[in-house]
Design a protein around this ligand. Structure first.
Ligand code: NDP
Length: 334
């Protein structure tokens, strides 16, 4: 087997040597276990959180331990009655490994959906799709005609949030870091407007594109972008607090939002959430997202990097904004 092991806790950006590629023999399976060969390894901003010794929603990966992560795998050996070699599964919270040994009872065989590629199970039908679906539908509860703003709008979560909000009949404005992403958001994903925060004055652009204020802020980024949105929220607005990616590599304490008081004045509902808490409801979310996908109502992109050896270096794509849609590493053939 080959696995990526955490050797040192990154300070700021991940650097060479923080993770080490290690070879080890595969142990025989115990009763109830299966072995899955990784096809796609999911790379997520939260991988960076797990590498730090911070009080997060899961304990950090220990030094000397295999890096935590999931993706799509195919069963190669099984000592669990419910899964056979050849079955394709979402490995959930597994490891950065060519082969994962997992309890079969925690896995489910993925269905084959007409016209839907396997990579959809890393994006719209995976954890990021469920983050978008439940964060928006369960927390923000959008109503037709409302104005929704989403940051990191062309990423895995954001690209789904924007389109689900459009399906709900909302006016949707996305914030992203390049003209190409903004073009994709308007022309392919069908958003009403997109703002390039690297070249535009975000506040002025929000004033222009949200003439009736903002009812829902799906927050993925934090920092100045979040502040500009908070300043323009409407009364009784909702703000699913999904992520704060602009802070994950910070080495100094990060100040709170400058416009914090506006959350009081506007009676905004701010709710932090972690998608794993929605795990029991995933079937409901996956079913709805699969319907929309098959009806052609959801467009999605996958940013595929080839080669397991490139996993740690590819994580920086998320922090440099190089990915359009869901970032994965293709570890082996489908
Ligand atoms: P994305 O595919 O959106 O990739 C991250 C994107 O963030 C980049 O493409 C980049 O796009 C943008 N970004 C990076 N750094 C900055 C910065 N300093 N300022 C502004 N934008 C930045 O990743 P995900 O969809 O997986 O995750 C999006 C957010 O959702 C993250 O904050 C993540 O932690 C969070 N998340 C939360 C979950 C939960 O359960 N609460 C579950 C999954 C994700 P750009 O070109 O626009 O800069």
């Amino acid at each position: 087997n080959k696995t990526w092991v955490l050797r040192s806790r990154p300070v700021g950006d991940i650097k060479d040597g923080d993770l080490e590629l290690v070879e080890s023999p595969l142990a025989p399976l115990a009763d109830g276990e299966v072995r899955a060969r990784t096809i796609y390894l999911s790379l997520d901003p939260t991988n960076r959180i797990w590498m730090s010794d911070v009080d997060a929603y899961l304990p950090p990966v220990g030094l000397g331990d295999t890096m935590r992560g999931g993706g799509i795998g195919v069963i190669t050996e099984s000592r669990f009655d419910g899964l056979q070699p050849g079955d394709v599964v979402n490995t959930g919270l597994a490891h950065w490994a060519l082969y994962n040994t997992l309890p079969g009872a925690s896995l489910a065989k993925l269905p084959t959906l007409p016209g839907v590629p396997l990579t959809a199970f890393t994006g719209p039908l995976g954890a990021t799709g469920m983050t978008a679906y439940f964060g928006l539908m369960d927390i923000a509860k959008p109503k037709a005609g409302e104005t929704v703003v989403v940051s990191a709008a062309a990423g895995a979560v954001g690209s789904m949030v924007g389109q689900i909000a459009k399906i709900q009949g909302c006016r949707v404005v996305g914030i992203a870091g390049s003209d190409a992403k903004c073009k994709w958001l308007v022309e392919t994903a069908g958003l009403d407007a997109a703002i390039n925060y690297k070249t535009e004055d975000v506040g002025a652009a929000l004033d222009k594109h949200c003439p009736d204020g903002i009812d829902i802020n799906f927050e993925n980024v934090g920092g100045e972008i979040m502040d500009a949105v908070i300043a323009r929220l409407n009364d009784f607005s909702r703000m699913p607090l999904c992520g704060l990616i602009s802070t994950y590599n910070a080495t100094d304490p990060v100040p709170g939002p400058y416009n914090f008081a506006n959350l009081l004045m506007r009676r905004t509902l701010v709710k932090g959430f972690i998608v794993i808490d929605y795990f029991p409801r995933f079937p409901e979310g996956i079913q709805q997202m699969a319907m929309w996908l098959m009806e052609g109502k959801l467009k999605f992109e996958t940013d595929i990097v080839q080669g397991f050896e490139n996993a740690p270096a590819s994580l920086s794509r998320l922090f440099e904004g190089k990915n359009l849609g869901k970032l994965v590493v293709q570890v082996s053939d489908e």
